[in-house]
Design a protein around this ligand. Structure first.
Ligand SMILES: Nc1ncnc2c1ncn2[C@@H]1O[C@H](COP(=O)(O)OP(=O)(O)O)[C@@H](O)[C@H]1O
Ligand SMILES: [Mg+2]
Length: 357
């Protein structure tokens, strides 16, 4: 008996560790139980959903409603692959949905595997490889440019000493242009410093960003802070994170100001996310920092390439901000991604939350 009980408990624990969302419903189409993945997917708690109609979780279209009722009555299972479901809040999701009749009374188990996640992981892996290849290319090229630059500058200085002062303006041009090129190349080579992680309060860093952006916005854009106070301290390099948030925040500010967006605002938000996969690792807990603006958005043609070095769609841009942000986030084993449409651009930065020593 004890063994059976233990086995049942182990099974219940196991169901909670699955990445597939599972929802159990009874014949009245009421929710009986949810696993952890379902709670995360629909952002609800098991407790809150107990015996609520399934409609509170999912907007069932007539077809799906009929299929569920038939399944329950006839105790038959069905699977819909690559199908779209709508959450009660209107958000649509592409999923693989399997419905299984689990007892004679007509209770059903809904297994929902969001495809966004699978698609996201494949796309993310592809993008990371491409971006790393192009960053390496740019860095190697920058190193090759930097070496002879020192020589050119030195030779111009020697020449200047020998030249009649009336010709100094030309050597000055060589020297100042060589310096300009060196600065550009240094930025292309990117952060040289090793990441130095310390235990930090991410909200203090964001407060600093809030202050800086407020000062730069000069009253033209509103800044909103929406922090999760339960977020623990994180092991991060505070300077590098400041750089990341500033690069992303400045882009938002520039987009809002340049397009003169009415009621322009930027929101700095933090949340904890559970069971979040970055690369091949599923982190039990991760911190998500979102920087959102209500500006013009990034067109579908551009969104794929904004993280590449030297890609800019602004006249004064260098195209380095997001590429540097991404490489700093990768040094933190994190992930940065962007979701954008007109009037809503959101950069999500995920950082794994390890147990602190
Ligand atoms: N919040 C945003 N709203 C609109 N466009 C954005 C936003 N963030 C980034 N972008 C686009 O991404 C491009 C690349 O950004 P970035 O790498 O920082 O380079 P830069 O700012 O120098 O152009 C920008 O030129 C801009 O077109
Ligand atoms: Mg920028």
């Amino acid at each position: 008996m004890t063994n059976l009980l233990q086995a049942n408990q182990a099974l219940a624990g196991l169901v909670n560790h699955l990445t597939t969302a599972i929802v159990l419903i009874n014949t009245n189409m009421e929710i009986v139980a949810l696993n952890l993945a379902a709670e995360n997917l629909f952002r609800v708690s098991q407790h809150q959903m107990q015996l609520e109609p399934i409609g509170t979780l999912l907007n069932l279209d007539a077809l799906l409603k009929q299929q569920l009722q038939d399944s329950s009555k006839q105790q038959q299972s069905f699977t819909s692959r690559d199908t779209q479901i709508q959450q009660a809040n209107g958000h649509r999701l592409w999923v693989d949905l399997s419905v299984t009749a689990i007892d004679d009374e007509g209770s059903l188990a809904l297994e929902i595997q969001p495809l966004e996640r699978v698609k996201r992981l494949t796309q993310e892996a592809r993008m990371t490889t491409q971006q790393q290849a192009s960053s390496n290319l740019v860095r190697n090229l920058a190193h090759e440019i930097k070496n002879p630059l020192g020589g050119i500058r030195g030779a111009a200085q020697l020449l200047q000493r020998e030249l009649n002062p009336s010709l100094h303006e030309f050597t000055d041009i060589i020297i100042s242009e060589a310096d300009r090129l060196r600065d550009l190349v240094d930025r292309l080579i990117g952060p040289q410093r090793q990441t130095q992680k310390q235990i930090c309060n991410i909200h203090q860093i964001l407060d600093k960003i809030d202050q800086l952006l407020r000062a730069e916005a000069n009253g033209q854009v509103q800044l909103i802070r929406d922090y999760d106070p339960s977020l623990p301290e994180l092991l991060i390099d505070a300077n590098q994170m400041t750089q990341v948030f500033l690069n992303v925040g400045r882009n938002a500010l520039q987009a809002l100001v340049e397009h003169q967006t009415p009621n322009g605002h930027i929101c700095l938000k933090t949340r904890i996310v559970r069971h979040f996969t970055i690369g091949n690792i599923c982190h039990r807990l991760a911190c998500c920092i979102s920087i959102t603006d209500n500006g013009p958005g990034i067109s579908a043609n551009h969104i794929e390439d904004i993280f590449f070095p030297l890609v800019t769609h602004r006249a004064q841009g260098s195209g380095l901000g997001l590429s540097i942000a991404q490489s700093l986030i990768q040094q933190h084993q994190g992930l940065i991604e962007c979701d954008s449409q007109s009037g809503h651009t959101c950069f999500n930065i995920y950082l794994p939350m390890e147990k602190l020593p």
